[in-house]
Design a protein. Structure first.
Length: 271
């Protein structure tokens, strides 16, 4: 049975998250319905990483098995003709049977977008976190560097996190500013529930001068979520990219997803 992988981007504002739910709209349900119509039979999607309500994606990846024989272009264009404007299939590929959207991934990257200014934005509403108080990005970067490596990230996981182990390998945690735009970029082998938003919340607290940069490491070592800063809003979070072995030859997120198509306020941020 052929296995098909698809790339997805979506505005999560109107969804209760990725995962299918009985009484709320989900990204999974929308995409499964669209692909199922193309296949003329139901499909069951497995994604690289579930996103919560209000969280967006530039480079989500999912796979499904089907007996339907369709060209890659037909899967992509056929699904998009049936999807709401907030969701798009950006590519489709036939992949080997051993490919798995989740378990074949070597790493994942998230970006957290902050608009750091006094006034709200009509363009960025629902697509970035608005932080009124001035942020010191240099202090945030100092704090971020203290969290790199393989650690127990219990202090940055949600109480309802179901992962059996809190240990993750954080390979990148970078802070970038241009004018009133601040972006936090995080890459790890995998993430705990709310881990990126809790990392962002801690770095925001440092950037606002509420705590010293060294506090981030103290929080990490405490392994106590109760000592952390508030979880950053979902609107700023983007599932940016999934990193797979080169042998699968899967596309990177489209260039449009890495620039102005996501949000005009963040033109300078690229993967």
């Amino acid at each position: 049975m052929p296995r098909i992988a698809v790339g997805l981007e979506y505005d999560g504002s109107g969804f209760a998250g990725w995962q299918s739910q009985a009484h709320a709209p989900s990204v999974q349900d929308a995409v499964q319905a669209a692909l199922g119509a193309v296949a003329d039979s139901p499909v069951d999607l497995v994604c690289a990483g579930r996103t919560d309500a209000g969280v967006h994606a530039a480079g989500q990846v999912a796979h499904f098995d089907t007996v339907a024989l369709r060209g890659e272009r037909a899967w992509m264009l056929g699904a998009n003709s049936r999807l709401p404007a907030a969701v798009s299939v950006t590519w489709a590929r036939t992949v080997p049977a051993h490919f798995h959207a989740r378990y074949s991934a070597e790493a994942r990257t998230y970006c957290y977008f902050i608009l750091n200014r006094t006034t709200r934005s009509a363009l960025a509403a629902g697509r970035a976190a608005l932080i009124h108080r001035s942020l010191d990005e240099a202090r945030m970067a100092e704090a971020a560097a203290l969290l790199l490596g393989e650690h127990d990230f219990s202090a940055f996981r949600a109480a309802e996190c179901q992962s059996r182990s809190p240990v993750r390998r954080l390979m990148e945690l970078a802070v970038h500013r241009e004018a009133d735009r601040v972006v936090i970029r995080a890459t790890a082998n995998a993430f705990l529930h709310h881990m990126v938003r809790n990392l962002a919340g801690a770095l925001i607290a440092v950037g606002q001068g509420k705590v010293p940069s060294g506090w981030a490491r103290e929080l990490l070592d405490s392994r106590d979520r109760r000592q952390g800063a508030p979880t950053a809003p979902a609107a700023g979070l983007y599932f940016w990219q999934v990193h797979y072995p080169a042998a699968f030859a899967l596309p990177s997120p489209p260039a449009a997803a890495l620039g102005s198509a996501i949000m005009p306020h963040f033109l300078a941020v690229h993967g």
